[in-house]
Every structure is written in structure tokens, then in C-alpha cells.
Write a protein that binds this ligand. Structure first.
Ligand SMILES: NC(=O)c1ccc[n+]([C@@H]2O[C@H](COP(=O)([O-])OP(=O)(O)OC[C@H]3O[C@@H](n4cnc5c(N)ncnc54)[C@H](OP(=O)(O)O)[C@@H]3O)[C@@H](O)[C@H]2O)c1
Length: 312
């Protein structure tokens, strides 16, 4: 069902895979969508989706001063920079956008990583945050900076703590084909997922119903082990399941980034997302989502992001 959308002027900050999906949904509602592009190449890519590019870079505060977001709805979907414990991009954005330029509302995509390891227990929005990686610290810094800015300028800033995104072009196919190992089932952490198309729709639901500085966990609510996830995809593709190794061996064979994901286990509850944001999931479990994502592999044009992200 198409629900009416009250915002007409939209700016997307960080318009990659999810941004383009959000934009396609908005265009169906005849909204005009602009998005930040930090290079001519990005501007050209956005243009192909009928998104008006604004040349600016979150790493260059001066370039942000020309942004006038008055009366706009903003989706801030850009990741923090690669190092440190603060999100200098979010800080630049908030310092550059002052009175007379501020939007009505800003929906921010954060991550469930801010909760840290929860030893496989259920996590609600009331669970205390406990970031354990610098990556998670940067996200928390972004959330805090944004909420304070929103408070100062009267901008509503709902925060989505998003779990692992999967979907067309976002499956670990190359990893499986290269035979990278996974953890033994009994040592594998619990992970949580959301389909990319559902996430895009949830961004619009958050724009409609999200409240200032409120946090919403975004997940399909069906946690499963990471090993099970890889095995399921391998089975659906008809390729060999990945070899399984112990955590002790993983510590010598896997990258620090991969290991950091394996050291955190959570079951993400999505009740608040479903009730307060009035979300109806199109892909309520992996079976439905993977069927769609793998079905799209057979289609010749998966789009720029589809073809790019499947390489990872
Ligand atoms: N992968 C997951 O499972 C997961 C889970 C939770 C949350 N998230 C977060 O969800 C958000 C959306 O994901 P996505 O897949 O759509 O990400 P994506 O495809 O990588 O898009 C990110 C966009 O941010 C832009 N960007 C990066 N640095 C910028 C800068 N300095 N100035 C302006 N723009 C900048 C990029 O621009 P260019 O096009 O020029 O590169 C890109 O368009 C991201 O913040 C991601 O970290 C991801």
C-alpha cells in the first residue's frame, strides 16, 4: 500500500545503495530529491537516477556552508570516517548547518554495533550502549552530536540502529567462491539482518513517525548464527558450504575487521520499530529476502551498486 508522504523537498547526505533506494521510493511519491555528491563521478551516478547532485564533501567543512536545508527532510546515510573515536563528518555537518539553514527533520542511520557484545541476549532500545570497537565509538559520537544539534535548532532527529544489510548485490558471494572459512557452528555469534529494500522503506517510515532523539532498532527480528547465514546462501547458490574453523584458528587467519564482528553476539528485538514506526516488512525472514536477492542475480541489470557491492 502506498502511504501519503508529506515532505516534498528531500536531501540525502550519503547517497549510496540505500540512498538510491530511498530516492526511488520518494520519486514514486513525486518528491524532488537532491543528494550530496563528493565528486563529479558521484554526481554523474546520481544524475542517472534523476537525483539532483549538490557538490559537497563532509570531510570539507567549507563546502558544507552553501547547503541550505530549510524546510527540507534530510536522510543522513553517510558512514563516519575510517579512524578515531569521533565522527568528524557528522561534527562538520552539524557545525556547518546553523540557524536559518536547518531542516525540519533528519533521519540518521547508525548501527546496532553501539550495543557491543551482549552474549547472545535480546537487545531492546533500553539496553545500555557498550561500544567495543572504535567503529562503534564513532557511531555513538555521531548519534550524540546529532541529538544535541537537533535539540539546539529544533530539528527532529530519529535514529535507526541498523543491523546487517543484505539484498541484491549485497551477498557474500565472492567470499564464498573464494572458500573463506567461517566459525564452527557452536562458536558462531548470533547476527541480525535487514533487507536493503525494507531498510529503504523504514527510512520513510521513520520520516513519517520517528520522534526526536528516539532510537529504533532495525532488524527483521529473526537472529541466526553467522555460519548459518553463509551456509544458507551457499546452499541456495548451489556452491560448496564454507570450511569451518575454531575461534582459536580464526584469530590467526581472519582480518581484524572480520574478527571484530565475530566477537559480538546479539539478538535484536524489533518491536519498537514495528509498532512506533508502523513498519510492515516485505522480507520478514531470510528465506523470503534471500529468495528475492538471489532471484535478482539472474537479471542482467542490477544497477551500479548491485554490481559493485557483490564484489565484497
Ligand atoms: N553494511 C551494513 O550491513 C550496515 C549496517 C548498518 C549500518 N550501515 C550504514 O548504513 C548506511 C548506508 O549504507 P549504504 O550501503 O547505502 O552505504 P554506501 O553505499 O557505502 O553509501 C555511502 C554513501 O556515503 C557517501 N559518502 C562517504 N563519505 C562521504 C563524504 N565525506 N562526504 C559526502 N558523502 C560521503 C558515499 O559517497 P560516494 O558515492 O562518493 O562514495 C556514498 O554515496 C552507511 O552509513 C552504512 O555504514 C551499514
Amino acid at each position: 500500500m502506498t502511504r501519503k508522504f508529506n515532505f516534498k523537498h528531500i536531501t540525502i547526505v550519503g547517497c549510496g545503495d540505500i540512498g538510491v533506494r530511498v530516492s526511488l521510493l520518494l520519486q514514486k511519491q513525486t518528491c524532488h530529491v537532491k543528494a550530496m555528491a563528493r565528486s563529479g563521478e558521484s554526481a554523474e551516478r546520481l544524475g542517472a537516477y534523476r537525483i539532483e547532485p549538490i557538490l559537497a564533501d563532509l570531510d570539507d567543512r567549507d563546502s558544507l556552508k552553501k547547503l541550505n536545508l530549510t524546510d527540507q527532510l534530510v536522510f543522513y546515510l553517510a558512514p563516519p570516517p575510517g579512524g578515531g573515536t569521533v565522527d568528524s563528518r557528522m561534527r562538520n555537518f552539524c557545525q556547518a548547518i546553523g540557524s536559518g539553514q536547518v531542516p525540519i527533520k533528519l533521519v540518521y542511520i547508525s548501527t546496532s554495533g553501539v550495543y557491543g557484545d551482549c552474549a547472545g541476549s535480546w537487545v531492546t532500545e533500553d539496553t545500555p550502549v557498550h561500544p567495543q570497537t572504535t567503529r562503534a565509538h564513532r557511531r555513538l559520537d555521531a548519534e550524540t552530536t546529532l541529538c544535541e544539534w537537533g535539540q539546539t535548532y529544533g530539528v527532529s532527529t530519529p535514529i535507526l540502529r541498523v543491523t546487517g544489510i543484505y539484498g541484491p548485490g549485497r551477498l557474500p558471494i565472492a567470499r564464498l567462491q573464494q572458500g573463506h572459512p567461517v566459525l564452527k557452528e557452536d562458536e558462531s555469534p548470533l547476527t541480525n539482518r535487514i533487507h536493503a529494500e525494507d531498510l529503504a522503506a523504514i527510512c520513510l517510515d521513520a520520516a513519517r513517525h520517528g520522534q526526536h532523539a528516539e532510537v529504533y532498532n532495525v532488524s527483521d527480528g529473526r537472529p541466526g548464527s553467522m555460519t548459518e547465514y553463509f551456509n544458507t546462501i551457499a546452499d541456495l547458490l548451489g556452491i560448496p558450504r564454507p570450511p569451518q574453523i575454531s575461534m582459536a584458528d580464526a584469530k590467526t587467519q581472519m582480518t581484524p575487521m572480520m574478527l571484530s564482528y565475530l566477537c559480538e553476539s546479539r539478538r535484536m528485538a524489533n518491536n519498537k520499530m514495528l509498532s512506533d514506526l508502523r513498519v510492515t516488512l516485505q522480507y520478514p525472514d531470510l528465506a523470503a529476502g534471500l529468495k528475492q536477492a538471489i532471484g535478482q542475480l539472474a537479471q542482467p541489470n542490477m544497477g551500479y551498486y548491485g554490481s559493485m557491492k557483490s564484489q565484497h
